[in-house]
Design a protein. Structure first.
Length: 479
């Protein structure tokens, strides 16, 4: 009789799974409206799982037949994902009530997507990676089309589903090629197989896997779904898409490239360099013509993916540390920005036009200051947190000799500053046609304030985040 696997490293995932099942049953058997109660319980479950994540990790642990790994890298990434899910679910509650879309399935779907993200981060096998990715994706397809009466939301869900299915097929095809040439899907076995190089078939398989994950992080040329889905999906769902799944997919990409294919860096780094440059350029120039703020944020996110990919292209411990610092800062900037977007209402109706922010500094002075902080930070203006995110990835690139890549990053940052500063100009200098409603709700105001303070005051305490990211990166390299 075979021994049972060690369940301890997977306690956070098991807890999230049981919580999702319990809340689903609670929602089914309660007759009254339970949206707010179940959402609050889901946020509590995420907080408790966040406490379990470091507690369940004691060095590097591998379980479930080598398919699941827990180390310092997974701990760092999972905490970011749980923060992203908790923040965005908290932002969603008032919106669900206002739009009369309060159904208990919403927080349950967010929990299931979070479970998929955590499994992706800890995947130590191509099959486990695929299972985690599909669990996350299936929940996200439903969330994208959650506002069923909206034609835009239905279209967004369908586009995401069709293109996501294509990406899943590419991942499976790439994985089958790798298995066919290497005889294994486990990351540890693959790393040993490729220590002396790899046949061309494996390289082709790696390119397919890389393309599939590039779709999930909205990297060019697999970005085509992002602007339409960001604009069409309900705003709280867009906020969730922009942070949680992107961070999880990026962590998965880093683990796959550095782990099993770490000895093939010279083979895949040129592909990463290309999609990094393409993402930075398209993100910088594509957003300039946008008048819808959610669509602008979609192109902005494509650009930010390009900056973070610089650290992966470097391929060493310093580069990965830069990626993790960037992802953490990206989380707070985006959550804060989308919280402000959710508060943009006119006669009770959500507004999405950049021009709707005209005169915002006079009607909502504190929220306008917070949004200005987020925009300046995304533009990389010192001393805000966004500057330091770019600083660490650019310095990693320069130290490794990727000077041209860093220069392109700086130039595209200057170009992207145009549309970030445009929002500040509209808020402070344009005359409003009609003033936006007052009162954003205590929950949204709290989220905006917390994230604005973290972004603005990052310069006073950067060492804790940088050292944690350094420890997490070292875990991937056996440190």
């Amino acid at each position: 009789m075979s021994e049972l696997p060690n369940f301890a490293p997977a306690l956070p995932e098991i807890f999230i799974a049981l919580s999702a099942i319990a809340l689903l049953l609670l929602g089914v058997f309660r007759k009254d409206d339970t949206t707010q109660g179940i959402s609050a319980l889901a946020i509590v479950a995420m907080l408790f799982a966040g406490l379990l994540v470091p507690a369940a990790a004691g060095g590097r642990s591998v379980t479930f037949g080598g398919m699941f790994v827990v180390d310092g890298f997974s701990v760092f990434a999972k905490i970011l994902v749980l923060l992203a899910s908790g923040f965005t679910l908290g932002m969603s509650v008032n919106w669900l009530v206002r739009e009369k879309l309060g159904r208990f399935e919403y927080p349950v779907l967010v929990l299931l997507a979070t479970l998929g993200m955590m499994l992706m981060i800890s995947a130590n096998n191509l099959i486990a990676l695929y299972l985690g990715l599909e669990l996350q994706s299936l929940a996200l397809y439903v969330l994208a089309a959650y506002q069923r009466d909206s034609g835009r939301a239905t279209e967004a869900g369908l586009k995401y589903f069709v293109l996501g299915s294509l990406a899943s097929g590419m991942l499976l095809y790439g994985s089958s090629l790798i298995y066919g040439f290497a005889g294994s899907t486990g990351f540890d076995a693959l790393a040993r197989s490729f220590s002396q190089g790899a046949p061309i078939g494996v390289i082709v398989g790696v390119v397919f896997v890389l393309a599939a994950i590039a779709f999930k992080i909205s990297a060019v040329p697999f970005h085509m779904w992002t602007p339409d889905v960001y604009e069409g999906a309900p705003t709280p769902v867009t906020a969730f898409f922009a942070v949680g799944p992107k961070i999880a997919a990026f962590a998965m990409l880093v683990r796959v490239m550095v782990g099993p294919f770490g000895d093939l860096t010279h083979q895949w780094s040129q592909v990463i360099v290309f999609i990094s440059i393409a993402s930075m350029v398209l993100g910088a120039f594509g957003a300039i013509a946008q008048n819808n703020i959610k669509r602008m944020m979609a192109y902005s996110s494509i650009g930010h993916v390009g900056y973070a990919l610089i650290g992966l292209a470097v391929g060493d411990q310093v580069g990965i540390r830069g990626v993790l610092v960037y992802l953490a800062i990206y989380l707070f900037m985006n959550v804060g920005t989308f919280a402000v977007i959710l508060s943009m209402r006119q006669k009770g109706r959500l507004m999405e036009g950049i021009d709707d922010l005209a005169g915002y500094s006079r009607s909502h002075p504190m929220t306008a200051v917070a949004l200005a902080v987020f925009m300046l930070s995304m533009a990389g203006i010192p001393p805000l947190a966004g500057f330091w995110g770019k600083f660490y990835v650019f310095m990693a690139a320069i130290d490794k000799g990727y000077v041209g890549l860093a220069i392109i990053g700086v130039v595209t940052s200057v170009v992207s500053a145009f549309y970030y500063l445009r929002i500040i100009k509209v808020m402070y200098f344009d005359e409003p046609v009609e003033v936006l409603d007052h009162g954003t709700g205590k929950g949204l105001s709290f989220i905006v304030a917390v994230n604005a303070v973290l972004v603005a005051l990052f310069i006073f305490a950067p060492s804790s985040l940088v050292s944690s990211a350094g420890t997490a990166a070292a875990a991937l390299f056996g440190g």
